[in-house]
Design a protein around this ligand. Structure first.
Ligand code: GLC
Length: 631
């Protein structure tokens, strides 16, 4: 066959190569042109690309429906009723409420969350969901997790570094269960101890929360949010939740919680805004808005709808570049008209709405508001960009599923040792007649009181359930067991109501306690919680302290009215809510560690003396802010 024939006839392999090139070119062209397809979406799927570029690329591909889906957070039980919704609606986040302690092991939690994650990844763009929980003093949704003292005890320890270590352990015991986001720390400043959330605060002095926020945020988030030992943190509740006036709440029977803060703007800034400034500077990835209202002199305004405070101050002045999440149904409280509530909240600067039940209604309502031009697409894009930025930072696009390889460390001896250290450091010695303390540890000791052998009372609220429970869900060591552990040479007799004969006991220990509570249900006077010593505990004090030298230990989320019971009391200790390690309460009692705690809140003579804060006119506490004896 001569040279005159065309080459591809002479060499058919050339024809096939040419054809292959043409087909490849066609395929690439299709991918480059059609938006949202796999080859074209390289940037947002490229882990090497800067997060800002990944966000811009992804937002540019999203429909308005997909964007609104990302702004939606549903509670885990709600979506179970509609299994296809996560995929169909592109829901961006799920949460476990305080009482959704659904599984006993990290593996079971991870299996559940990964199931929802698979649904999220089945969406057109495969955007992973972010899962949140309240691990406010340990991941108490896990029975075996270590439980730290609540914040008021950590504040008494005046040791932000220790609080940071506690947060880091909590982060580890949370992420290992497949949970990415912790609704903590509360950087609230409790100004009236009758508040049912006083124990979630580091104290009445904003300087404490200012000092603790950076260390705790760092503890939760670590240096790399993609790490399996990090969780996204939440500074809450923005702003002034601890400054409400007694009797101003309009929520259920609450008296303080979710009420009205009436201050000048300067006071609001110096007392309640300051901790958010340090939390933002520390890089906190989310901020949760407070249910409360602020009245700066122009009448009360629900903070969930306050554009000046959220967009103007938090995002504008403080430069917060994470995302703002509403509180649980907090948007609903803005107005009787749900559409008005939704557009007011989103236009105020809320980026994600913890709906958390009627998420379908939320989505359709917000879409209608955007369609009507009452919420701008630019506001939607800003909200979605903030949310996606944190999801990329968490590494969820590369590692959407749980890594439970560290599950064996949950509740480990090492973790419990830090909780015991924190419990010991949080003990505040308020009275010590004749240097009764520390005890030698070889005495005959008579132990009584409702808090002595009650893990549930020493854990407090947000422990295995929203309100906590006298019958504890979480594992741990009671104070009585701690006494026996720390002083094996002591002869201990236990009688909760002091009905057993006191005999020849050398010394008595009466542990009085509040029953657990959370939020407004714990507001003093709102129901069963009154900041008073119970009749049973008062009788135990009288029976024991009227007979022998005695120590009274107070297990509570706040100061209680103790003065009327102190006549025969030789030593008095504020133990707060010490967590799962009861030995931490025993350590300073027997001199294993020193007493060095200091009151993070003023201790009133009477409940009715509240609000009571240092600097108040006529300030006359039983024990002042910062008080504590050392041994
Ligand atoms: C609650 C609390 C908030 C918590 C949220 C989710 O009502 O106010 O602190 O993070 O709901 O449980």
């Amino acid at each position: 066959m001569g040279a005159s024939l065309p080459a591809f006839v002479r060499r058919p392999e050339i024809l096939w190569s040419a054809l292959a090139v043409a087909i490849a070119a066609a395929v690439v062209t299709v991918f480059l042109v059609v938006p949202g397809n796999s080859a074209d979406a390289q940037v947002y799927r490229d882990p090497e690309a800067p997060i800002a570029e990944r966000v811009e690329d992804l937002v540019g591909r999203m429909t308005i429906e997909e964007k609104v889906g990302q702004m939606t957070q549903a509670v885990v039980g709600a979506v179970d009723a509609y299994p296809g919704d996560i995929t169909d609606l592109g829901i961006g986040s799920l949460l476990s409420g305080g009482s959704d302690a659904l599984h006993d092991t990290p593996e079971a939690w991870a299996e559940m969350i990964d199931g929802y994650q698979r649904d999220a990844l089945d969406t057109r763009l495969g955007i992973p969901l972010v899962y949140g929980i309240d691990a406010v003093h340990g991941n108490t949704a896990l029975p075996g997790a270590v439980v730290f003292p609540h914040n008021i005890g950590l504040g008494a320890a005046h040791d932000p570094e220790l609080a940071g270590r506690a947060a880091a352990i909590t982060a580890e015991e949370t992420r290992v269960a497949g949970v990415h986001w912790n609704f903590a720390p509360c950087v609230c400043v409790a100004r009236d101890s009758r508040w049912g959330r006083t124990y979630e605060s580091y104290g009445e002095d904003p300087g404490l929360a200012v000092e603790y926020a950076p260390s705790v945020v760092q503890g939760y988030q670590g240096d790399d949010l993609t790490a399996n030992t990090s969780v996204l943190a939440t500074a809450k509740h923005y702003v002034g939740d601890g400054g409400t006036e007694y009797g101003t709440s309009t929520t259920e029977d609450y008296l303080l919680d979710q009420g009205v803060v009436t201050l000048t703007e300067a006071e609001l800034r110096s007392i309640h805004l300051a901790p958010f400034r340090t939390a933002v500077d520390a890089g906190v990835g989310s901020v949760m808005v407070s249910f409360s209202s602020v009245d700066l002199g122009y009448g009360p305004l629900k903070t969930h709808g306050d554009e000046y405070l959220i967009s103007g101050v938090l995002k504008g002045e403080l430069g917060f570049d994470g995302f703002v999440v509403s509180d649980w149904q907090g948007v609903d409280q803005i107005s009787e008209d749900y559409a008005e509530s939704v557009r007011t909240a989103i236009n105020a600067g809320i980026d994600m709405v913890m709906v958390p039940f009627e998420y379908r209604t939320f989505i359709s309502t917000l879409l209608a508001e955007v369609e009507a031009g009452r919420v701008s697409e630019s506001r939607i894009d800003d909200a979605v960009s903030r949310i996606l930025t944190q999801k990329f930072a968490l590494g969820l696009f590369e590692q959407p599923y749980a890594d439970t390889s560290g599950a064996a460390d949950v509740g480990s001896d090492e973790h419990r040792a830090v909780a015991r250290e924190a419990a010991a450091a949080s003990q505040v010695l308020l009275r010590n007649e004749d240097d009764l303390l520390p005890l030698a540890g070889d005495e005959s000791i008579y132990v009584a009181g409702s808090g002595a052998d009650s893990l549930g009372r020493q854990l407090g609220g947000w422990s295995g359930s929203w309100q906590g429970s006298v019958e504890a869900v979480n594992e741990g060591t009671s104070i009585l067991a701690g006494l026996e552990q720390v002083a094996p040479g002591a002869a201990i007799t236990y009688s909760e109501d002091a009905s057993e004969p006191i005999g020849d006991a050398d010394v008595g220990i009466v542990v009085v306690a509040e029953d657990p509570y959370a939020e407004g249900l714990g507001d003093a006077g709102a129901g069963e919680h009154d900041m008073l010593v119970s009749d049973e505990d008062a009788a135990a004090i009288e029976a024991v302290c009227g007979e022998i030298d005695c120590v009274v230990i107070v297990v509570s989320g706040r100061p209680i009215e103790i003065e009327p019971h102190l006549d025969d009391v030789d030593a008095l200790v504020a133990a707060w809510l010490p967590g799962s390690e009861g030995a931490g309460v025993a350590d300073p009692l027997f001199g294993e560690t020193p007493y060095d705690g200091r009151l993070p809140v003023s201790w009133p003579r009477l409940v009715d003396d509240e609000p009571l804060n240092v600097g108040d006119d006529g300030y006359d506490p039983l024990y002042p802010l910062g008080y504590g004896l050392q041994t």
